[in-house]
Design a protein around this ligand. Structure first.
Ligand code: FPP
Length: 240
């Protein structure tokens, strides 16, 4: 598809699903699928930026993923730990601004420190804005936002009158994605047709693209297919 109306979404959100099945098909442990999956993350970040996508948010670990076997949780945490450290090293080269959304207070102290360090060193980068959703749940994010707002009210930072006049975009300042525009496109791999508690507030008007491709097999070509699909949608935002 190539015409002058072809638009690249500013922000793409991805549910990276199918790592376990990808590994199983190869008679390998599920954790091998996650290792491959994290390599895919790096390739997709590069491809997204080259295509003109400015913001990319991936679902790396949900608030529900703690229920997985301890060994799998540990592997995922180790991969994320390695990823953060590696990204700190590469930060000036890849020019990516990395931020984490989710409640990181439940993560190991050293991982929390790496995350803060990476956010700090990459804060002035001007390339891809890459968000990693980590110990993230959409309901949890909205609840934490409501608690922060209630705290500001209790401390007198917001008056009853101001609370009454509050608009949706004022509330957005309390979400983990403050300063980040909402995604126009959601991609979920591996054929599951669910939102799984991902960016519930932010995806209100997004187009949804589902593909049977398993996450470790997702690549530049598959990303292009998703953008092509997005371009066939007629986005009306409730209008006609
Ligand atoms: C879903 O596949 C995938 C996850 C729960 C983890 C995603 C994590 C990564 C790709 C690696 C680390 C991320 C970064 C940002 C470096 P699944 O295990 O549910 O697969 P299945 O449905 O086939 O079992």
């Amino acid at each position: 598809m190539s015409n002058e109306n072809y638009t690249i979404p500013q922000h793409v959100a991805i549910i990276m699903d199918g790592n376990g099945r990808w590994a199983k098909k190869r008679m390998m442990p599920r954790t091998y699928g996650h290792v491959q999956g994290s390599k895919t993350v790096e390739q997709v970040c590069e491809a997204a930026w080259k295509m003109g996508i400015k913001y990319l948010t991936v679902y790396a670990f949900s608030t529900e993923n703690w229920k997985r076997p301890e060994q799998e949780v540990n592997t995922l945490m180790d991969l994320l730990r390695d990823y953060m450290k590696d990204c700190i090293q590469k930060s000036s080269k890849n020019n990516m601004r990395v931020r984490v959304i989710g409640d990181i207070t439940r993560l190991d102290e050293d991982l929390q420190l790496s995350i803060r360090e990476l956010e700090r060193v990459s804060a002035k980068n001007t390339g891809l804005n890459f968000q990693v959703a980590l110990n993230y749940g959409g309901r949890d994010e909205i609840l934490r936002a409501a608690k922060r707002l209630a705290k500001d009210c209790a401390e007198g930072k917001i008056s009853a009158k101001e609370l009454d006049a509050m608009q949706e975009n004022d509330f957005e300042h309390y979400l983990d994605t403050k300063e980040i525009p909402s995604p126009e496109l959601l991609i979920r791999t591996s054929g599951e047709l669910r939102l799984s508690n991902y960016m519930l507030w932010q995806l209100a008007y997004a187009e949804f693209y589902f593909t049977d491709v398993l996450w470790p097999d997702f690549d530049k070509k598959e990303l292009k297919k998703a953008i092509d699909y997005y371009n066939k949608r007629d986005r009306r935002f409730g209008g006609i």
